[in-house]
Each structure stands twice: as C-alpha cells, then as structure tokens.
Write a protein that binds this ligand. Sequence first.
Ligand code: PLP
Length: 398
Amino acid sequence: MTNATHPFDALMDITARPPTVFVRGEGAWLWDDSGKRYLDFMQGWAVNCLGHSPEIVVDALAAQARLLLTPSPAFYNEPSLKLAKALVEKSCFDQVFFANSGAEANEGAIKLARKYGALHKNGAYEIITFEGGFHGRTLATMSASGKKAFEPLFEPKVPGFRKARLNDLDSVRRLISDNTVAVMLEPIQGEAGVWPATDQFLRELRALTSEHGLLLIVDEIQTGMGRTGKLFHYQHAGIEPDIMTLGKGIGGGVPLAALLATEHACCFEHGDQGGTFNGNPLMCAAGLAVLQHVSTPEFLKSAADAGVFLESELQRLSARHGLGEVRGSGLLLALDLKLPVGAAIVAQAFAAGVLLNSPQPDALRFMPALNIARDEISAMIDCLDAILTKAGAARRVA
Ligand code: PLP
C-alpha cells in the first residue's frame, strides 16, 4: 500500500470532483481556497435550506455545544424532545425516530414496515417502490431504489421490493399480493430528474393503500422542510401518509434525518431500532432552530414566491432557447434541455462561478436555499442565458 502524496489521494475516489477546495460559505455563496466566489444553486443537494452557515444554525450549534454534545441514546435529551414534539405538532404523525442520514431514516422506515407486517399482516414484508426512485445508498435503500445504474451493483440485493411506475395506479395495483405491506415513494423523484407524482396519483395511492390495509410511506428527504412551498409535500395533496422520512433540509446543513409515523404504524419494540448518534442534542438543536424558522407561514410563502419567480424565469429561458419543459414544485425545479448537454453546461457554469446540477444528461436541477433573493436568481439566469446563447451560436456555426 502506498502512502497518499496529493491531499486528494487520501480520500476514496467515489465520485468525479473538480480539483477545487471549498473553504467558506455564506447564504447563497461559496468561496474556494483561491478566493473565487460561486453562486450556489445546489446547496449540498437541497440540504442548506437557509443557505450556507446561517446564523440561526451556527448560534444553535454553538449554544448547544457548550451545554451538552451527547449524553447517550439511552437517555432523553432536551433538543430531541423539543424537535420531536414540534415535528408531530406540525405534521399528521405521532412519533419520531431521529437518524443521521436520509438513507438511515429510510432503512428505519423499511424496518418499521416489515415489523408492522410481522405483527399485523401475517409476515407480509414486500414494499412496492417505483422505477426511477431514489432512497439512498445502504444495501436495503439501494434495493428499494428504482435507479437503473444500481441494478448490477452489490448483488444479491435485499429482497422484497417490487417496482411500479410513477403516476400509474394500475401498475401498483398489479403488484399487490398477500406479501405486500407498504408502498413507498418520493412525492417528486429528485435524482431521476425531478419527476412529480401528481396530487391525484397521491390521493388515489392513499385510497388504494387504505383499501388494502397497506402502509403509505413518503420519502420527503428532498421535498420536505418547505422545499416545495409547504412544510411537507404530502400536504399539497391533502393526504395523510402513515410514515414519512425527512433528511437534507431538516438539519440546515448538519447531518440530521428523521423517521415519523402515525400511532398505528409505530410498532418498534425495544431492541428493534437504535444508533449511537441518533437524536443527539447537537444536531437536534440545529434541527429545532431550522424548523422554527422554516415552518412560519411568512417563510413558507416567501419560499413559494421565490419558486414561482424561478419557474417563470426558467420558462422564459426555455422559450428563448427552444428548450423543453420546466417541471417540479417550489424550489425543486428541473429544466429539460432536450439534448444530453447537462454536464457541459454544469462545467461552463462552474467556470463562470455558478454551481448547477445535472441529475440526468438532459436536465438541469435547481435547488437553491429557500431564502434565495430575486437578484441571485436573476444572476444565475443571466449566467445560464449566456452559456445557452454561446452554445446556440456554436451550433449555428457548426
Ligand atoms: N431519499 C431521497 C429522496 C434523496 O434525495 C436522498 C438523497 O439524495 C436520500 C433518500 C438519501 O439521503 P442521504 O444521502 O442523506 O442518505
């Protein structure tokens, strides 16, 4: 084994990264170690809902760090009690289990559903998930995901996940058997390129799952915490799921996630679920500060308004450059590029100091801070406009 020589070499090479080191962030902006500034429309993949290093999160962390970091998950601590109470008050759920990542929260949801099946449905364990869905990178959550690229990896997969098609109720109905215990979906498939489940589909899915006594699990790791203009996306459809997972935005930049369930679905017994850092006061203090800020009607309205503005600006851009649809909701939007040029646009935007994401070759995804200012949206649009104009000119010359 050789010792690493370049500082990058000591990290496992798990993804392509630009050779840039980021050292500071503030609001919508990031700085690298050469002093170059970037306007950030990724925000850690929809994580920093209040932008980079927001004061309220920094203050909450500093105050809690001085008081208590980790007593033990075998004891209660104040921030986790307060955050759990606030989450159940603001949602249709009755109890919360805190986790450290979205995948871990989803593992918990899968385990809870299997436990429910063992206790109440003759050992039913299958969960119907969706083609194109993404639920994380543990073995079970990769197995639950419907991402094509995952299919050949890490065989054998965890069994018990059958894939339906989004917005196709019959495809769900056909998969229901005596082995089925739950249906699990992202209300908007983010990694797949921002493909929304319609409100009508969510309502029909709720009716179908209720009819068959199945649990409905919504993975709101990307759509929750105000991202789509309501605190939780399921509220748009006026439904009440049985289980919800949260991650990303809930910590405002720190590793925090949550599994929430209604009373009848809460069936873990002692020993079924746990984890050393789960519900630690430091992360929960950050989560509480974020929730108190994000859940106010004024904040949610301003985030929804920013989403409407971004959407209309993207539509204008699309019309100007002959691109495709703008889809998504609130501040989780995608622009259909019609051609597989996403990576090239992301690279050019990076050079110009704007951070964009292309989850699929033919789409750009926008997930800025929920408190993004209009002039920051306009600055990103101007940058994208210039890149698309140049690309159009190059195509005309070629
Ligand atoms: N579920 C959804 C919908 C996600 O978008 C993600 C992450 O992108 C996850 C689960 C996994 O979360 P984490 O990366 O925190 O494990």
